[in-house]
Write a protein that binds this ligand. Sequence first.
Ligand code: SLL
Length: 159
Amino acid sequence: ASNKRGKRISRNIIIGSEAWNLPPIGHPDRPKGVPEDHTKRWTVYVRQPDGDPALTSWLNKVQFKIFNTYENPLRTCENPPFEVTETGWGGFNIDIRLHFQPFSGEKAQYRQHFLQLEKYGSEDLQAHQEKSGCVRSEFMEVVQFNEPTEALYEALTSE
Ligand code: SLL
């Protein structure tokens, strides 16, 4: 395949997580079947920044490798939303594999995200986390393609 010599093209993605407190054991709103030691519900996600074109023109699927005590710890999202929701009690590092559309000829790229369940940051931020009941941890990541194929270049520049 012909490649764009010397060209480089990149896209931004947001990798993040959100964690919420679960209602305690015995509370009517506590979901059924959640293990007794689980205190949080969380979601880890990959999404496009607000206003950006859909990721799926170049992103084919996303895999999240969560802690290996979970059932089926390699979770695959073939379509948006690229996210995994679970319950648990502790934070850990999540390996994220980004798989690109086959026409792009690109190899998968890897990222990591720490699943932050506890309040963190400045006093103000922690007060906000306390009030909203939600701890969010988000990072903007750059996905760079060096000398992309003609097809990928076209897909990314025609948006
Ligand atoms: C570590 N931070 O890295 C610790 C462990 C694992 C948390 C974190 C429940 C898992 C399940 C859960 O929250 N585990 O129910 O399988 O060693």
